[in-house]
Design a protein around this ligand. Structure first.
Ligand code: NDP
Length: 269
C-alpha cells in the first residue's frame, strides 16, 4: 500500500508542500502520496487521528497548528523542544514523534544554496514568534559570533535569549537596541511582510557585504526592498521552505532528496 503523508493547516489551499514532496518522491523513487488537508480550527487533533487511522505515516504542520502539534507529540526532538513548536510529525506505532525542521531548513538554505559561512558572523533575527523560535538553536549550532533577537514586544525576545543562553552567544531586546549595531546577516522572521510592513530598522544595520533574508516568499517585501536600497544582498524564504521539506522527507523515508532542482522548478526557472 502506498504510504500517505500530508500537510495540515488552515488555510492550506496555497501550500506548495504537495508539489515539493511529489517532486522528492519522483526523484528518489519512493512510493508515497502527499496531500494538503484543511483541518478545522477547533479540530486539529481529530483530523490527525483520522489521517493516522487511514494509513497516514507522517505529516507536516503549518499555521496555526504548530503549537498544537507540539502538544500532540508523545516524543519530541531537542530542536522541537527548543522551538516550542512542531512542523513535522512521524507516526511510529502508538508513538507520535514531533520534530521541527524549519531551522535546519534555514541553515541549509543559507549555507548550501546561498554559500554563506555562518561561523563568526553577527546575526540579527527579527521576530520572536513561532518561525523565529524554530531557527535559534540551529543558527547557534553554526557558531556565529553573536545572535541578536529583536522583537516589537521586547520582553518576548529577552525571554527567548535567556532561555537559550546556554546554547551560544544570544541576546534579545527591542528594535530600539539596534541603532549603532551592524550585522552580517539579517533574518526577517516577523509577520510584518505579510502585512506589507517594514520592521523599524536603522539605515546602517547592514554591514558591508551583508545578506538580508526574508522568511516570506513569493513576492518582494518592504524588508528586501529596504535592504537592497542599502547595498545588501537579498534572499527570500523559498529555499528554506524546500529545505525544511527535504529535512522532513529524510526523517520519514531515510533518503535525502536533491533540493536545488525543486527550488528552480518552483521559481519557474
Ligand atoms: P507569529 O504570529 O508566531 O509571530 C509573528 C512575529 O512577527 C512576532 O514576533 C510579532 O511581534 C512580529 N510582527 C508582526 N507584525 C509586525 C510588524 N508590523 N512589525 C514588526 N514585527 C511584527 O508568526 P510566525 O513566526 O509563524 O511567522 C512569521 C513569518 O515567517 C511569516 O511571514 C511566515 O510566512 C514566515 N515563515 C516562513 C517559513 C519558510 O519556510 N520560509 C517557515 C515558517 C514561517 P510581536 O511579538 O510584538 O507581536
Amino acid at each position: 500500500m502506498t504510504d500517505r503523508y500530508a500537510v495540515f493547516g488552515n488555510p492550506i489551499t496555497h501550500s506548495k508542500s504537495p508539489r515539493i514532496h511529489a517532486e522528492f518522491a519522483r526523484q528518489t523513487g519512493q512510493d508515497l502520496s502527499y496531500e494538503a488537508i484543511l483541518a478545522p480550527l477547533d479540530g486539529f487533533p481529530a483530523a490527525v487521528a483520522a489521517f493516522r487511522a487511514t494509513g497516514g505515516r507522517g505529516a507536516n504542520v503549518t499555521v496555526p497548528f504548530k503549537e498544537q502539534a507540539f502538544e500532540l507529540a508523545s516524543r519530541r526532538t531537542e530542536r522541537a523542544e527548543a522551538a516550542g513548536a512542531v512542523n513535522t510529525l512521524k507516526f511510529e506505532g502508538q508513538e507520535i514523534l514531533g520534530d521541527n525542521t524549519d531551522g535546519a531548513g534555514l541553515v541549509a538554505d543559507l549555507t548550501r544554496n546561498l554559500g554563506l559561512d555562518l561561523a563568526g558572523r553577527r546575526i540579527l533575527l527579527l521576530g520572536a514568534g513561532g518561525a523565529a523560535r524554530g531557527v535559534i538553536l540551529p543558527l547557534l549550532g553554526a557558531m556565529p559570533a553573536s545572535l541578536f533577537i529583536a522583537n516589537r514586544t521586547a520582553d518576548k525576545a529577552l525571554d527567548l535569549a535567556r532561555r537559550l543562553a546556554a546554547a551560544g552567544p544570544v541576546e534579545g531586546g527591542g528594535f530600539d537596541a539596534l541603532p549603532g549595531r551592524q550585522f552580517d546577516l539579517v533574518i526577517n522572521a516577523t509577520a510584518a511582510s505579510l502585512a506589507g510592513e517594514l520592521p523599524p530598522l536603522p539605515n546602517d544595520v547592514f554591514a558591508p557585504g551583508a545578506l538580508a533574508y526574508d522568511m516570506m516568499y513569493g513576492q518582494d517585501t518592504p524588508f528586501l526592498a529596504f535592504a537592497r536600497a542599502r547595498g545588501a544582498r537579498v534572499a527570500d524564504g523559498l529555499g528554506m521552505l524546500v529545505e525544511q521539506a527535504a529535512e522532513a522527507f529524510y526523517l520519514w523515508r531515510g533518503v535525502r532528496p536533491e533540493t536545488a532542482p525543486v527550488i528552480a522548478l518552483l521559481r519557474g526557472a
